[in-house]
Design a protein around this ligand. Structure first.
Ligand SMILES: Nc1ncnc2c1ncn2[C@@H]1O[C@H](COP(=O)(O)OP(=O)(O)OP(=O)(O)O)[C@@H](O)[C@H]1O
Ligand SMILES: O=P(O)(O)OC[C@H]1O[C@H](OP(=O)(O)OP(=O)(O)O)[C@H](O)[C@@H]1O
Ligand SMILES: [Mg+2]
Length: 282
């Protein structure tokens, strides 16, 4: 049975459970459940604090974990990212009161408050900056106002929390994060159960980002039309009863679907339809 760590709280937990559900896995019914078995799929899910997941996976007790890339790196655990999941996207950045710190070099001699000591200590060391790091559990943005630090390093998504605290970012992002699937470094890459799990999640990612497009076009327009809708491998082209016309079917990126429909129409394609993809295996 495949043993998988899933975030039990915070920004990652809702979208992670939703993605697993879309991939056909049974998920817990209420938030106090710590472990469930999905016998049909031969998977056991452990609901753990997102921060602890890399450690459990690195220990070899659990085969796979869903966590944040930033949490993985912060943990320093012996685990590696094997699939990016596209949700809980964020940047990790330094911030300070406007006008106090103009660049990385100004961090020398300052105190940086953060919940991610591993990332910050590593980043400061990589840049040869001698600064102190103070660990806080959360609400890090308030640390400057309350005199605990002159600089913070925290997760920034919309920037609302920084604005509300009257802070501005310093320098470029330290890293970009999103939810990821991890496994123990060097674990068997060919394990069929792990491969099947990854294929299912990849199927969800594709179903979320692609739509199926169908249209009819004249044979003379086919090359131009197919250039607009190359599909993932190659589009399906079928003859129509009306001679000189073909029906084309291809997957297209959902974000570009409306533009592609306009372009197809302009070159004479008709009966252009898009439909959602609910699941797939590529
Ligand atoms: N506002 C946000 N937008 C996007 N991702 C976020 C946001 N806040 C945290 N994350 C991401 O969620 C993960 C952190 O999960 P965690 O549950 O520890 O934090 P949280 O959502 O801040 O919960 P908590 O309430 O425990 O602080 C990290 O990968 C982080 O990048
Ligand atoms: O840029 P924003 O869209 O404002 O998002 C970033 C904020 O979201 C998270 O905070 P959370 O609400 O989890 O509180 P915490 O600081 O106590 O973790 C994160 O720690 C930032 O504070
Ligand atoms: Mg938080």
């Amino acid at each position: 049975m495949l043993r998988i760590a899933v975030p039990n709280k915070g920004s990652l937990s809702g979208p992670a459970a939703e993605m697993l559900h879309e991939a056909g896995y049974q998920q817990r019914r209420e938030s106090k459940e710590l472990r469930i078995v999905d016998p049909t799929n031969e998977v056991e899910f452990f609901y753990l604090r997102p921060r602890d997941i890399a450690l459990y996976v690195a220990s070899g007790q659990l085969d796979i974990g869903l966590t944040g890339r930033d949490l993985l790196i912060d943990s320093g655990a012996d685990a590696e990212e094997i699939l990016a999941l596209g949700f809980a996207r964020s940047t990790f950045r330094y911030a300070s009161k406007p006008g106090t710190i103009s660049g990385l070099a100004d961090l020398a001699g300052k105190t940086v408050a953060t919940s991610y000591e591993g990332i910050v200590a590593g980043h400061l060391a990589d840049h040869g900056i001698d600064a102190s790091v103070v660990h806080l559990d959360g609400a890090v943005e308030t640390a400057i106002q309350l005199g605990v630090a002159q600089v913070i390093a925290d997760v920034v998504e919309t920037g609302t929390s920084l604005r509300n605290a009257g802070l501005e970012v310093v320098g470029e992002p330290i890293m970009r994060s999103e939810a990821v699937v991890i496994r123990r470094t060097g674990a068997d890459a060919d394990d069929p159960k792990v491969q099947q799990f990854l294929r299912r999640l990849q199927g969800v990612l594709v179903a979320r980002t692609y739509v199926m497009m169908d249209y009819d076009c004249r044979v003379e327009q086919l090359e131009k039309a197919v250039a607009l809708t190359p599909g993932l491998e190659s589009p399906t082209v079928s003859p129509l009863h009306n001679e000189g016309w073909v029906a084309v079917r291809a997957m297209v990126p959902a974000k570009e679907a409306q533009r592609i429909m306009d372009d197809l129409y302009d070159i004479g394609a008709r009966a252009i339809l898009t439909t959602a993809i609910h699941a797939c295996r590529l």
